[in-house]
Design a protein around this ligand. Sequence first.
Ligand code: FAD
Ligand code: NAI
Length: 467
Amino acid sequence: MAEFDFDVIVIGAGPGGYVAAIRAAQLGLKVACVESRETLGGTCLNVGCIPSKALLHGSELFEEAKDGTLAKFGVKIPEPELDLEAMQGEKATAVKELTGGIAFLFKKNKVTWLKGLGSFVDKHTVKVDDAQHTAKNIVIATGSSVTPLPGVDVDNDGGVIVDSTGALALDRVPNKMVVIGGGVIGLELGSVWRRLGAEVTVVEFLDQLLPGMDGAVRKEAAKIFKKQGMELKLSTKVTGATVEGGKATLTLEPSNGGDSETIEADCVLVAIGRRPNTEGLNLAAIGLETNQRGQIETNHDFLTKVDSVWAIGDCIPGPMLAHKAEDEGIAVAENIAGETGIVNHAVIPSVVYTMPEIAGVGLTEEAAKEAGHTVKVGNFPMMANSRAKTNREPEGFVKVIADAETDRVLGAWIIASLAGTMIAQVAQAMEFGATSEDIAYTCHAHPTHSEAVKEAAMAVRGAPIHI
Ligand code: FAD
Ligand code: NAI
């Protein structure tokens, strides 16, 4: 009889966990995955990446119909009407298809789904509800959940103060929405409801939106969102909220202190970050502690300090992104199987799926200088890119940052309608250790938005053609 029930038990079936489970099974291991949700796919497929992108796409089509963009291109339609139920229905269908797809892949790869909440009994045993299962290796992939804001209590069922899950499921367009947090969720979901007719105010603690992104991008993004009609209250914090008669009253204060003011809203979205899910895992049973940020620390192979327990995704340090979790899922499975799984954390792209999109990879100009690099920067405006101009999408730019001495690309930052797609080529170039000259001398198809990346790389050496 085998020593353990499974070679690997993965706890959590988000993009980290389900990918780890499938990859481990592909490598010939006997795998189970514990998931307490009714459907697989974690935050990303159920209440994150996928439903938000469905609403971003739907609301973008509505805005294009409504604001005359379609008419400008000769597509004349009667005054468009919003059918929010249908839009929410399309979102639900996408979620159902994609989460069902993971269930199919589990069956195909013979991954056993242990339904229920998992917790440690010892370093080889996981309790799932009342049953116990053993494995040679256990991978923690429990993801993250919304960080609460003291004094501003989320009640997704009530629909007045909501988190991202509630904001994805609203059955009416709020007249006035206040978004607390000018980060990725606030800007994406704030854009959805603004396009559908809400008056949106974003309250951000810092003096700029999108912390962690390049300074030039943060400045330009603020201009663009303001132009789109979002009100931005920067350097401001929310200190309390009351709800009465379907309306919330928020108390705001300048971040550095000062006089308070109140604003009313019929919907408040709390989006001030996410925190790792580790409570309830009974980590004490295996002698594992979390760090100050509640994350589980691992080594480069994703092994924790307990020799049979690994961890990946949002519950470990690093950006909370689905593709980072997925890559770690592949790497951890390969390491468990005795292969060499590596994730290059210096090259993880991030994308905000607003219109235009905002994307970056590698170092910001500020971080590059702080790290001691002398940098050369090339900028190219999307206005001068023939395809963007033809499509009437002139906003944004590409910024390529290279080391002045070696010309090696250190990072790139893009605001453009297709920034999320364009950033992939820079990530690949950086993975191959490319110089800005390598990008500048790579033939790019014409007319494409990607030509702006080539021109920005040419601009590093001062010689773009089209500006
Ligand atoms: P998760 O996806 O959180 O999955 C963890 C799973 O573990 C969950 O299903 C949970 O139920 C389960 N679980 C937890 N504890 C236990 C337990 N004890 N027992 C059993 N099961 C357990 N990222 C992007 O890259 N692109 C995007 O466009 C994007 N959009 C987003 C939009 C929103 C609104 C949100 C909230 C997030 C978005 N993200 C996006 C972030 C992305 O969803 C996460 O980075 C990603 O899901 C992390 O994957 P994970 O596998 O680490 O964890
Ligand atoms: P975030 O970290 O992106 O932004 C939170 C913002 O709230 C920050 O700008 C912060 O300064 C601000 N803030 C913090 N406390 C505040 C307070 N008391 N008052 C006002 N502002 C305050 O977090 P967000 O948007 O909640 O997203 C969580 C995670 O989900 C992110 O790490 C992100 O990576 C991931 N995500 C990724 C997406 C993507 O890749 N497109 C989309 C949505 C989420």
